[in-house]
Design a protein around this ligand. Sequence first.
Ligand code: HEC
Ligand code: HEC
Ligand code: HEC
Ligand code: HEC
Ligand code: HEC
Ligand code: HEC
Ligand code: HEC
Ligand code: HEC
Ligand code: HEC
Ligand code: HEC
Length: 320
Amino acid sequence: MILLRRFITLLLLALGLTAHAADWTRHDTEYSPKGADTCLKCHDADSDTDTFTAAAIFKGKHAQRGNAHAPFGPGGLQCEACHGPGGRHSAGGSKKKLTTNSFKPDSFLPVAERNAACLACHQGEQRSAWHAGAHARSDVACTDCHKLHTGNDAVRTKASQPEVCFTCHKQQRADFHKTSAHPVKAGRMACSDCHDTHNAGSATAMLKRPTVTQTCQSCHADKRGPFLWEHAPAAEDCTQCHNAHGSVRNALLTKSPPLLCQQCHSVAGHPAVARTGAALPAASGGTAAGGSVFLLAGSCTNCHSQVHGSNHPAGTKLLR
Ligand code: HEC
Ligand code: HEC
Ligand code: HEC
Ligand code: HEC
Ligand code: HEC
Ligand code: HEC
Ligand code: HEC
Ligand code: HEC
Ligand code: HEC
Ligand code: HEC
């Protein structure tokens, strides 16, 4: 009987008739007689722990009764839509006989098969490029980020999301705690404002827009231009001067001026003015203190304030 069933499944798979007749079902073949009612006989309030309540699955959208695509919708497989057939497990009822998908890291199922249980319903739209992304390639599980037996999935709430990501991304935790940072720590922004962690698409670093600069400009529209007088690097790539996450320097800068500017502009001299410092009269750029006026506090941006581009008719040198 079991063999016949497997044969039919394989045949359907070969014909491409079952979208994802997922492999994870192979460890148990029988569905429980009464669906969730069977499961909830044992996974009741007594078996709940501080961190887990089986019945809390009913607080989320998976519990929708009217949605034919939902586990608890008409004809849905209920608990077993995610956990796989649990007939044998229900009969045995012990961990030793555990043949269901527990979604746990120590599960007998590899990540790809655990994820297949979710992708069977969620392959479309947002996750169409899941398999090309850095998370899929690194064997990150859907359940490393999502918790489903809860009314409040932390990763989908702005304020609690970063902590979920920081469990793996320690460097980013440090970056967002620097003196200048996008207001993630304050809960005003989430990683998902810039990243789509499901989709690789063609974007660098799984960003929501194709390029870094387009991502930045989606919020900082005033830096998009077009400008009468462009500053080439600002039109090209914001990260030539800014860190995306955080920096110990003012305004998320990668370096402070004048060093920032001098990566590309000659250190040796300023146009039309000699700059050897104290030896020069003030009118020629010398200062009593002995430094060049071009390198004083605020330095380059004191005069070249329009570093992102200028719309002033006389703004060719980005001075106004
Ligand atoms: C006869 C009682 C019984 C029934 C019925 C039952 N279970 Fe279990 N289940 C258990 C026990 C006992 C454990 C082991 C719990 C433990 O040791 O932490 C377990 C473990 C699990 C686990 C894994 C938890 C872990 O710690 O890895 C999952 C998932 C699970 N059951 C799902 C189901 C589903 C889905 C159904 C219905 C198809 C079901 N169970 C029906 C008793 C039952
Ligand atoms: C039987 C199909 C099915 C399976 C299997 C399934 N889901 Fe869903 N899921 C749905 C439906 C339907 C919704 C509701 C969509 C809506 O209303 O927008 C949903 C909603 C969600 C949501 C949004 C939750 C909410 O409450 O708004 C998340 C996150 C999610 N699923 C993740 C998962 C993960 C992770 C897995 C695997 C552990 C999984 N799903 C397995 C059908 C499924
Ligand atoms: C790296 C963490 C992470 C992983 C891994 C992850 N997700 Fe998500 N998921 C999120 C975040 C963050 C959101 C909220 C996105 C937003 O608000 O724009 C989300 C939203 C969702 C939603 C609801 C919104 C929607 O797109 O309809 C579903 C469904 C979902 N994820 C399913 C999955 C499935 C299935 C997998 C595994 C294939 C998965 N997720 C893996 C972080 C993750
Ligand atoms: C939409 C998919 C989905 C459905 C439907 C679902 N679960 Fe789960 N279940 C999960 C995921 C994912 C986990 C891993 C822990 C988490 O995300 O909360 C889990 C974990 C569990 C565990 C192990 C908990 C632990 O940490 O020891 C048990 C037991 C369980 N589910 C029982 C059930 C029962 C009973 C039902 C039906 C009433 C059910 N599940 C319905 C996805 C689902
Ligand atoms: C379970 C661990 C884990 C969690 C949780 C996790 N990530 Fe990742 N993430 C990884 C791994 C592993 C990689 C690939 C290796 C690397 O780049 O560090 C990765 C890569 C990335 C990348 C780089 C992608 C690329 O193409 O270079 C981004 C962006 C990212 N994660 C964002 C997030 C966000 C946002 C969250 C929270 C919503 C999150 N991650 C949660 C493990 C995780
Ligand atoms: C303001 C937009 C923005 C926010 C918010 C944001 N990121 Fe990023 N992230 C980026 C950009 C842009 C890059 C690419 C940087 C590059 O290519 O120089 C990136 C790159 C990454 C990378 C790849 C490695 C690296 O540092 O280059 C990881 C991992 C990452 N982000 C994780 C996160 C996590 C986790 C959060 C939330 C705590 C987050 N990001 C919030 C814009 C953002
Ligand atoms: C989702 C919207 C959003 C995106 C995308 C975004 N930012 Fe921001 N940015 C903000 C917000 C909000 C602030 C904080 C403004 C405030 O505090 O009033 C900010 C602040 C800044 C600041 C000033 C920080 C300071 O300490 O003064 C800089 C510089 C900056 N962003 C650059 C970037 C760059 C570069 C990118 C692309 C990698 C980017 N932003 C992408 C929303 C965004
Ligand atoms: C050539 C270096 C450079 C490039 C490239 C650059 N910036 Fe800046 N940006 C700066 C400097 C320097 C400051 C600080 C200005 C100050 O102190 O007055 C700054 C400040 C900012 C600020 C905060 C103050 C304000 O004017 O709102 C934002 C936001 C910002 N930049 C966004 C961007 C975005 C978006 C891009 C890409 C389109 C970008 N920057 C490209 C050098 C640059
Ligand atoms: C990544 C390289 C790079 C960085 C960093 C950079 N610039 Fe530029 N800058 C350029 C390029 C390229 C041009 C265009 C030169 C041309 O058209 O001849 C330019 C043009 C200019 C011009 C107009 C020059 C002219 O002849 O019209 C000024 C002024 C200027 N930059 C100032 C600055 C200042 C101030 C900073 C620091 C805040 C800075 N730049 C940082 C690459 C850079
Ligand atoms: C005291 C004001 C002032 C400061 C400070 C200053 N500049 Fe200028 N800069 C000017 C003026 C004025 C011009 C226009 C000169 C002209 O039209 O001949 C100019 C022109 C330029 C040009 C265009 C060169 C060309 O060939 O036309 C560049 C590049 C430039 N500055 C870079 C910088 C950098 C880098 C710094 C910081 C190390 C800096 N400036 C600091 C006033 C300043």
